[in-house]
Design a protein around this ligand. Sequence first.
Ligand code: ZN
Length: 457
Amino acid sequence: MSLLRDLKQTDAMSLGQQMHRFASDLYPICRSITGNGIRETLARIKSRIPLETFEVPTGKQVFDWTVPKEWNIRDAYIANSHGERVVDFRKCNLHVMSYSIPVHETMPLDKLKAHLFTLPDHPEWIPYRTSYYKEDWGFCLSHRQMQGLAPGDYEVRIDSTLEAGHLTYGECYLPGRSSDEVLISCHACHPSLANDNLSGLTVATFLAEHLSGRDLRYSYRFVFIPGTIGAITWLAQNRDTAGRIRHGIVLTCLGDLGGFHYKKSRQGDAEVDRASSHILRHSGEPAEILEFSPYGYDERQYCSPGFNLPVGCLMRSVWGSFPEYHTSADNLDFIQPLSLAGSLKACAGIVDVLEENRSYRNESPYCEPQLGKRDLYRSTGGEAGGEEIMARLWVLNLSDGKHSLLDIAERSGITFSTIRDAADLLHQKGLLSVIPVDDSKEASRSQGSRQASTQHS
Ligand code: ZN
């Protein structure tokens, strides 16, 4: 299979527009780390891909953390003395600090101001604030809006609930020939924020949709979870089977106009790190590879030392590095159809490498086999020399059982897809034999139990 080849036959703009429309449908929903917003989001994802949802009760201990109370909100506003809503949750869900406790009182502006958050450097933007682990309430508004508030009394109303309930997450599992898994993880807990949150959800959903129904080497598990507490909860629920994860990527911030960034796993030289670096280097877009650091998204949890899973993070602009981050300016105009489609293609390229990376043995290793008599010394276009021929020579030379196709692609500087095509052809001509891979169900089970026993020791 080649997912990337198939996607390249799709018009990038129309694919990107479909993706942007999906993000637009999710945009108005008021998501948080628990509650009906994330449930509604998962229901929309389920309309496109098979998705199982899980509900974990408030109070459940998950490693060093506790599943929090469930938060839901119906309405919120600040009204002036004429009863006019001067800040209105119905206009923008960022106006209420996420996890705000219910409040209904009238107070003077001076007292209210202790609960107001603005961005003086970007006076038209509304900040995004949360208070998950400290019971508090607050409103976020543009600095301009706050400057327009006249002294006097204001009615403050937050019609929310914070009570025992559940933390909700979703999983899409696509079985492959092996029970070894590729984990694709994204956070689904931000309200109306497009790049940070919706772009990752969208790319993951479309990737699952395109992988669905294919003959896959690995099994794929897509998880849509609240950030941090969701990943911790998921890992606590799946502690004994996490060892099945052979490769993983956290997807986030994939819709802006920036070039790619791939943050390596804690292992640093995992196959997914090398596959991602290779694909991005040849993507035709600017790309930078970042070393692991224990800050960022949920790769922090997957790469905590007890798990140390090979999970990296794929982004365009890095969190916190763009001024729109965590503000109302991270909106649907900030994410672009072509960027979303390009990100999906990058993921497809990485998946192709993971699916097809294998090793061959040269069956004619004593000097070069005579390519001319096998019609292998011309490219498929007919011309002699060129990259296709070089790819065949590299594959023949390095297929000694010690080098995978990805090793050969890296060493030769030729794209993985060209190297793979060369290997396919040489295999058809009987010059290469496949070295069996170890990702059988048995291999994965023993790895799973090894991982579990390490964790318990
Ligand atoms: Zn965020």
